[in-house]
Design a binder for this molecule. Structure first.
Ligand SMILES: C[S@@+](CC[C@H](N)C(=O)[O-])C[C@H]1O[C@@H](n2cnc3c(N)ncnc32)[C@H](O)[C@@H]1O
Length: 511
């Protein structure tokens, strides 16, 4: 489908070897959490299966960093992971065995080999593969997303897009060219990053900005990311309209991207929105493609459903549909923020130091909305998810009229969804409050034992320091902070351990 970029022909053996030699650091990917896919489908008027008892398939599951946490959190659901890399599948099976999970199965096979006999699934996830594999595998991904999806199912496919990747392509080409005679994956990555580091300082302005952006992004990632994302043999980004047409060839239709914002371009001024609307004439594919051109988009996480569901897709998304959902934040509100001038709120995230929402996106217009924002700032770190009902109840307890409060708060949540800071979910998640004998989740402990990073109930990736891994291994519910300090010895006191436990608790890796 994408003839513009030369593709290096790879066969299945090459693909397997690439990931056996340098396994991908496999992590939870919150965008692909099925409860989130279900919520987005619900907002578009569909009725996907309950996640708690669903069947979920992941294509290219690597060693299970994304799928295994889901199997832990949803013990009544069934999970199947497929990957061509024997080494990664073996690593995943090792962790599954350690955790004693009975509801997940890893299959060592190519996506191309899947057939309808492999069963039907309510959710199919394929993250970080579609644009990195040769055309026959891309075909197989979408074929499986249709053949193996239930009629109410939702498929998630992420991929690199144009025109954004047109700007990255020269950097990738340079990285491959510069390292073509260097042996060893780590050495290649080191040399490529060193070069980008120099060019970001030495080049003229336009090129400098390009090198700086990629260098900053890639140096924050691990070796396997750089190798497989920027330096993978195949990298075939496509225009969104091409992806949508490819999906259609396979009996699938585009629903939305998982980050809701793209469906509702709040970032655009009214003239731009008018221009897009005029061009699109009500056609979602034309609108999305135009937005990609304007924003020079380089990556998408798109949701697809079967063509039979097309008549039920309601893109007007009435606000009442928010009433039954649960919400969490990808960006947490800071308590008692000192709002900078013209900003209505300051939000904090562990990755993005300070994230500001402009007045147009969050400024509470009504008292009910102000009360809701205050409630969120007060509670959202404790209750992992919250509902519209909770916010309304708080407003009503403070004297607001129930119907008006509900209407106002729906609008607030809708705006927040469109800023992509609020994540919708179809089912709740509650944070654990550690007691006197704190215990880490079995997943966090198993990952610490394997010297890996982990994930939490949000399905967020949680990077662990060496010291945090050591601490997690001691948090098995049999020791107080004082007892842990005694085992850790030198430099540790009950107070320092308590503080470290609090940090782990805020990362939601305690149970
Ligand atoms: C970039 S990694 C992404 C892994 C994981 N989905 C994630 O996002 O962390 C690509 C994965 O796809 C697997 N893969 C590549 N080609 C495949 C194929 N034809 N069939 C099955 N798995 C494949 C690789 O082994 C690797 O684990």
């Amino acid at each position: 489908m994408n003839a513009r970029l030369p593709e290096t022909g790879m066969d299945a053996e090459d693909e397997e070897k690439a990931y056996d030699d340098t396994p991908y650091e496999s992590n939870a990917f919150p965008q692909s959490q099925p409860a989130r896919l279900a919520a987005v489908a619900h907002l578009f008027g569909l009725h996907p299966a309950a996640v708690e008892t669903a069947r979920v398939l992941e294509l290219g599951c690597a060693s299970g960093g994304n799928l295994i946490p889901l199997a832990m959190h949803f013990p009544q659901a069934q999970f199947v992971g497929v990957d061509i890399s024997g080494k990664q599948i073996a690593d995943g099976r090792q962790l599954i065995a350690q955790l004693g999970l009975q509801n997940i199965e890893f299959r060592h096979m190519g996506i191309q080999a899947l057939t309808p006999d492999d069963g039907r699934f309510d959710y199919i996830v394929c993250h970080g593969i579609y644009s990195w594999v040769p055309a026959p595998v891309r075909d197989a991904i979408l074929r499986v997303c249709n053949e193996n999806l239930t009629d109410d199912g939702v498929a998630f496919v992420s991929y690199n897009t144009l025109p954004g990747w047109h700007y990255v392509q020269p950097v990738r080409d340079l990285m491959l060219y510069w390292t073509q005679d260097i042996a060893g994956p780590q050495q290649k990555v080191n040399a490529a990053l060193e070069l980008l580091g120099q060019l970001k300082d030495w080049s003229e302005e336009v090129a400098r900005n390009l090198y700086r952006r990629e260098w900053e992004m890639l140096t924050a990632e691990n070796t396997s990311y750089v190798l497989h994302d920027h330096m993978e043999q195949t990298n075939a980004p496509c225009y969104f309209k091409e992806f949508a047409a490819h999906a259609e060839q396979h009996g699938l239709v585009y629903l939305s991207d998982v980050t809701f914002r793209s469906a509702n371009p709040l970032g655009f001024n009214p003239q731009m929105t008018e221009l897009i609307d005029r061009h699109a004439g009500g056609d979602v594919i034309r609108a999305e493609q135009m937005m990609d051109f304007i924003s020079r988009r380089r990556f998408r996480s798109s949701l697809l459903v079967k063509k039979v569901r097309q008549p039920q897709i309601d893109r007007t998304a009435p606000l009442e549909r928010l009433d039954t959902l649960h919400f969490s934040f990808s960006v947490l509100p800071v308590k008692n923020p000192a709002p900078p001038p013209r900003m209505s709120a300051v939000w904090w995230h562990s990755k993005i130091d300070t994230y500001r929402l402009g007045p147009s996106t969050l400024k509470p217009d009504t008292r009910a909305q102000s009360l809701a924002v205050a409630w969120i700032a007060e509670h959202v770190t404790l209750a992992i998810t919250f509902t519209l009902d909770e916010l309304v109840a708080h407003a009503v307890a403070n004297g607001e009229a129930p119907l008006q409060a509900r209407e106002d708060i729906r609008l607030l949540l809708w705006d927040l969804l469109n800023t992509a800071t609020l994540r919708p979910r179809s089912c709740p998640m509650r944070a654990a409050v550690p007691g006197d004998m704190p215990a880490a989740t079995p997943l966090a402990r198993a990952n610490a034992r394997l010297d890996r990073n982990t994930s939490n109930a949000f399905h967020d990736h949680v990077a662990l320091s060496e010291a945090q891994r050591r601490l997690l291994l001691l948090l098995d519910g049999t020791r107080s902070a004082a007892a842990v300090a005694a085992v850790l010895g030198e430099g540790s006191t009950e107070e320092t351990v308590r503080a470290d436990i609090k940090t782990l608790s805020n990362l939601h890796v305690l149970c």
